[in-house]
Design a protein around this ligand. Structure first.
Ligand code: SAM
Length: 316
């Protein structure tokens, strides 16, 4: 399949911004605009509700939202299905005393998703180290009318986990720069990726070392209970191998941190990690892969670390 053919096989995914709108109202709005509830791959006017992600709608690949009032007003956000998994897996609590970090936030799709899941309550610190991309993040937060987000133009690795502002953080989303090798359809425009056609092993090794450092830093936050690590890469070097190294690190031992079991990581999604690239079958089953070749999404990887020792069957 050519790149264009693969891109044409991925629906146009639209996430309803539940801070501003309900999915029921969104469905009525699009019905009134001439769309019909039918398979979007069979009809240019078809759309459906997604089976795995609440509040996600799928339209035909050619659908344009450039003039759509709901999109322009921040009531819906164009976001590939796979890129919606991390916030759903992190499941930040929607309470006034929640403290959550999005460590690598721009352009802000996942930040606005987290904010909506938190029902705009508590505090969501969103870090972005690149100045220009930080500007894009601010625009996205304004359009989506996120009220609980505190954007900060800073390198997450310089954030002190013991700082009074951050030390009570319980949930961290880590979606760092990656090779972008899973992207076949640029729904998430402005994703920061390494655009080289052929990512060299050397480049992958450097990215993996940086990604591991980010996870280890997140594990130093004294109250953190859950860390979701994701990439839009299809390379095991940036995915399973980084997770394996993170589990073997002194930070994971000190936590202690282990992988959340499958039932906390979208259990109904059948494509899991590559067992031959992980320490054991159970670890592979704990993480998610998405493939452009079979899942109608971009290539993606999601893992979830939780504080506590893994319950081995012998302990049950
Ligand atoms: N989560 C974003 C979304 O869904 O819209 C996409 C994030 S993108 C893959 C990675 C972002 O992390 C880039 O904007 C990059 O500039 C930023 N970044 C990379 N290293 C960082 C660091 N150490 N601290 C803060 N931001 C960083």
């Amino acid at each position: 399949q050519s790149g264009d053919e693969r891109a044409a096989s991925i629906p146009r995914y639209v996430r309803v911004n539940t801070s501003l709108w309900s999915t029921e109202d969104a469905i009525q709005y699009y019905l009134s605009r001439g769309f019909t509830l039918s398979n979007p791959m069979d009809s240019s006017k078809g759309f459906t509700q997604d089976a795995h992600i609440p509040d996600l709608l799928a339209f035909a690949p050619s659908t344009s939202f450039a003039d759509d009032h709901a999109y322009l007003g921040g009531k819906v956000i164009l976001q590939d299905k796979a890129s919606c998994f991390p916030a759903v897996v992190l499941a930040p609590p929607p309470t006034e005393n929640s403290i959550v970090i999005d460590a690598t936030a721009a352009p802000g799709n996942k930040t606005s998703h987290l904010s909506a899941l938190m029902k705009n309550k508590g505090k969501l610190y969103a870090f972005e180290r690149d100045r220009k991309r930080y500007g894009t993040l601010q625009k996205m937060l304004a359009t989506a009318k996120c009220q609980n987000v505190i954007p900060t133009n800073a390198d997450f690795l310089t954030v002190n986990p013991e700082d009074d502002k951050y030390r009570s953080t319980t949930h961290i989303l880590l979606d760092p720069s990656c090779s972008g090798s899973g992207i076949v359809n640029r729904l998430d425009h402005l994703i920061e990726t390494d655009e080289e056609e052929d990512v060299t092993n050397d480049r992958l090794a450097k990215l993996a070392a940086f990604q591991l450092k980010m996870i280890q830093h997140a594990m130093k936050f004294p109250k953190v209970q859950k860390i979701v690590y994701s990439t839009c890469s299809i390379h095991a070097t940036e995915n399973e191998h980084v997770v394996r190294s993170a589990l073997d690190s002194k930070e994971a031992n000190a936590g202690p941190f282990s992988l959340a079991p499958r039932d906390q990581v979208i259990p109904t999604w059948s494509r899991r990690g590559l067992p031959e690239e992980m320490n054991c079958e159970a670890d592979a089953d704990s993480v998610i892969r998405c493939s452009p070749d079979g899942d109608c999404t971009n290539g993606f990887f999601v893992s979830c670390f939780i504080r506590g020792n893994k319950l081995h069957e012998s302990n049950l």
